[in-house]
Design a protein around this ligand. Structure first.
Ligand SMILES: [Cu+2]
Length: 283
């Protein structure tokens, strides 16, 4: 009996630490505020220890930021990637939306909620002793919604200034599939032809950033949505970025997904949304 009790006490703290923090989102100080499109607002995030309910004040830096927040309209027609500031004295992260900002990594904050409708916010943090965690929120933006029913694949962006070729490759493994997402970025010449982009620049220590989301995300409870933030190293001489993802059964054969690739060129961040059907047999 003595031994069993001892084991129980030994096991308890381990269970406690495995629990995910409680996450809260406030807009203009309220957990229920519903903004208007382009309304200047402040978003604040707080994470609490699930047992003591005290705010967590220590986070680990990921690619130079304490938080990456991805804001996606639920019809997948809008995407923003921003970096709230962390205040270690309170444990709060905050970011102003639709307000002038000098931060080159927060340019998407100028158009985070551009239309009425429902939005996802995926906020990513890393606790000092754990792997990266993401927390999901749902935000309603008031007004009459312009429904975008079909998700279109755009292989050119910014009025044809850039063209993106996309090729996913799957290699079957024992514990799952290794999926290689290849993107080639082209720039348009004056005569309208395209050449592989030159002078692509790293962004936040990586060649490119990518967000992968199930196109039917809004049909699922927030916690069950398939969402992944991937990174590519620098592009090769042909302007090809490669993202690898080891899939342990999350990606479903013949289901559609949307991949937003973000790369830096000419000192600006460019975002290209690509929709594709996953083929677990393609190699
Ligand atoms: Cu980020």
């Amino acid at each position: 009996m003595y031994v069993n009790l001892f084991l129980l006490f030994l096991a308890l703290p381990v269970t406690v630490h495995a629990e995910k923090p409680l996450a809260e989102l406030f807009i203009n100080g309220s957990p229920t505020y519903t903004p208007l499109p382009y309304e200047p607002v402040v978003l604040e995030f707080r994470f609490k220890n699930p047992d003591t309910l005290t705010p967590i004040k220590s986070f680990k830096d990921m690619h130079g930021k304490f938080m990456h927040a991805i804001i996606i309209k639920k019809d997948l027609s809008h995407f923003a990637h921003v970096h709230p500031n962390f205040d270690p004295s309170t444990g709060l992260f905050h970011i102003g939306l639709h307000l002038p900002t000098q931060n080159p990594d927060n340019q998407d904050a100028l158009h985070a909620f551009p239309q009425a409708g429902e939005y996802f916010i995926f906020s990513e943090i890393q606790l000092s002793d754990k792997k990266m965690l993401d927390f999901r929120f749902s935000v309603t933006v008031l007004g009459e919604e312009n429904h975008v029913e079909t998700v279109t694949d755009s292989s050119t962006i910014e009025d044809g200034k850039y063209k993106i070729l996309f090729d996913p490759i799957t290699v079957e493994g024992a514990g799952g599939n290794l999926v290689l997402f290849e993107f080639q970025v082209f720039t348009q010449n004056e005569d309208g032809t395209y050449i592989p982009a030159k002078d692509l620049q790293p962004w936040m220590m990586m060649g490119a950033h990518g967000i992968l989301l199930d196109t039917q995300a809004k049909e699922f409870p927030l916690q069950d949505i398939f969402y992944k933030h991937l990174h590519a190293t620098d592009a090769d001489d042909e302007a090809i970025f490669r993202f690898t993802y080891f899939d342990r059964g999350n990606l479903k054969h013949k289901k559609t997904y949307r991949f937003w690739i973000q790369f830096r060129h000419g000192g600006k961040i460019h975002t290209a949304p690509i929709t594709f059907q996953y083929d677990s047999k393609k190699f």
